[in-house]
Design a protein around this ligand. Structure first.
Ligand code: HEC
Length: 293
């Protein structure tokens, strides 16, 4: 059984290596976090398989259970734990109050619940290997079916977070939602607006070290001109070229320089994508509107 588990872990590792994490200098932590999207498919498939097997075995409550079931349950639990850890890292914690942030929170806590249930399922499945009793079988079913439901819900809201609510509206409350209440799905708008999308990120994460009072690295960030002028390292933004701009490069872990915001949690993938797109679109910085849209 241990040998088999080892082979399967190798298989998991191989599929993880095959993903493409090509982006501007992602750190190991970032790469680990992004593998979330690869690894989550294990618990999704395996918990469904376990529920399926249990449905087929419905009338056979007693008798020894194939050890394959226990192996699947253990892999489902292990991959859930790792996927949950990765998801936690990927999400970041500067999400704000947007609809996207709420979806991520829902996804986060459904994922944590799924993981707890998956671990219980694995423990009970293992226990059932040694002493098979009616009670354990009943207990196993008490968890394996909710596990399958929880993992579907988690996966669904993970999909909503990535692709937007209109992508696959299969939940009853989504199918019958009136289109009028549907908001734009994508957390990254087509046209990034400085005051709506970028200013809050700068205010919360950057200005304490890069504004009129404090200019770490000689960089002041509170106007477009200051950003173009840049700091010690030269210009911070190249309008039209987000990924090549120092401001974006410095948001990732680098070899020599500390990652920005210094000594604080990294910006989320969405925030970095917003800033990159803003620069790609010319880093437009209009006069401050009197009322924020
Ligand atoms: C706690 C203080 C602190 C915060 C917060 C902070 N920085 Fe910095 N930043 C520094 C220091 C110190 C330097 C200079 C040393 C260096 O280059 O690593 C620097 C340098 C930089 C540079 C390089 C400037 C140059 O020309 O060399 C960029 C770009 C930058 N920061 C962007 C940001 C962005 C974007 C944020 C917000 C997401 C941010 N920083 C938040 C402390 C901070």
């Amino acid at each position: 059984m241990l040998k088999r588990l080892l082979y399967l872990s190798l298989l998991i590792a191989a599929s993880i290596v095959s993903i493409d994490a090509a982006d501007a200098r992602p750190s190991m932590v970032t790469i680990f976090g992004r593998m979330h999207v690869v690894l989550v498919h294990f618990p999704v498939a395996l918990l469904m398989v376990l529920a399926g097997i249990e449905t087929l075995r419905w009338r056979k409550r007693e008798g020894s259970v194939d050890s394959t079931v226990a192996i699947i349950a253990v892999i489902a639990a292990l991959s859930s734990v790792v996927a949950a850890a990765q998801g936690w890292m990927l999400a970041g914690d500067n999400l704000g109050e947007s609809e996207y942030a709420q979806t991520i929170e829902l996804h986060r806590w459904l994922g944590v619940s799924t993981t707890i249930v998956a671990v219980l399922v694995a423990i009970i499945a293992l226990a059932r290997q040694f002493g098979d009793s009616r009670k354990l079988s009943t207990l196993y079913r008490v968890f394996v079916f909710p596990g399958a439901i929880l993992v579907s819900l988690t996966g669904h809201y993970g999909g909503v977070a990535m692709h937007g609510p209109g992508f696959l509206p299969i939940m009853p409350w989504e199918m019958f939602a009136s289109p009028a209440t549907e908001k734009p799905a994508n957390p990254i708008p087509d046209k990034v607006d400085f005051w709506r999308d970028i200013d809050p990120i700068f205010v919360k994460n950057c200005y304490e070290c890069h504004d009129g009072k404090e200019q770490k690295g000689e960089l002041r960030m509170d106007s477009r001109d200051f950003l173009v002028k840049g700091g010690d390292g030269g210009t911070s933004i190249i309008p039209g070229k987000g990924k090549e701009s120092l401001l974006v490069i410095r948001l990732f872990e680098g070899e020599d320089d500390p990652r920005m915001p210094k000594k604080k949690p990294a910006l989320s993938a969405t925030q970095i994508a917003l800033i990159t797109k803003w620069i790609d679109q010319g880093a437009v910085w209009p006069a401050k509107p009197t009322t924020t849209p």
